[in-house]
Write a protein that binds this ligand. Structure first.
Ligand code: FES
Length: 160
């Protein structure tokens, strides 16, 4: 995280001195953008840099599901399991993805290509069930569409 300090210093000028804790969220976003996840060492360094209690950073990390504490696969599949998606078959979507990839939610495939997660509402209830792959939404998912999605990602040639 140390190489981001100059960037954080610039950001800090936009915050009143008494609002330093408001920088926790944008700093964590930036760290994850760089590393792909927020490591323990990042938390320690951010705690020291901002001068906020570690628990304040831990609370933000545990509240927002988009933050990751460990490295993930090249493709991060996030299957919504909230109400609208549940009513439209989210459980089957998650089971289908688990079976297809051979992993349970929270796990990464052995080749490091796919990580499967379950998440709360992705804000696209009208097109449930929804699966997010990295930053892209895939909506109204069916078993056939899931198969096509995984096959397309597998053929992409991108390596972790
Ligand atoms: S419940 Fe799944 S997108 Fe809202």
């Amino acid at each position: 995280m140390k190489h981001l300090i100059p960037e954080f210093d610039v950001m800090r000028r936009r915050y009143p001195a008494e609002a330093t804790s408001s920088m926790v969220l944008p700093c964590l976003h930036r760290i994850q953008q760089e590393r792909g996840h927020v490591a323990d060492s990042d938390i320690a360094e951010l705690t020291a840099y901002l001068g906020v209690p570690r628990i304040q950073i831990e609370e933000v990390l545990s509240h927002y599901t988009q933050f990751r504490r460990a490295a993930i696969g090249r493709w991060h599949l996030q299957a919504c399991r909230n109400l609208s998606c549940s009513m439209r078959g989210a459980e089957g979507v998650i089971e289908h993805l688990s079976a297809k990839l051979g992993i349970a939610p929270g796990q990464t495939t052995g080749d490091g290509r796919f990580t499967l997660s379950t998440v709360e509402c992705l804000g696209s209830c009208g097109t449930a069930p929804v699966v997010m792959v990295n930053e892209a939404y895939h909506e109204s998912m069916t078993p056939a569409r899931l198969d096509a999605l995984i096959e397309g990602l597998s053929r992409s040639g991108a390596t972790p």
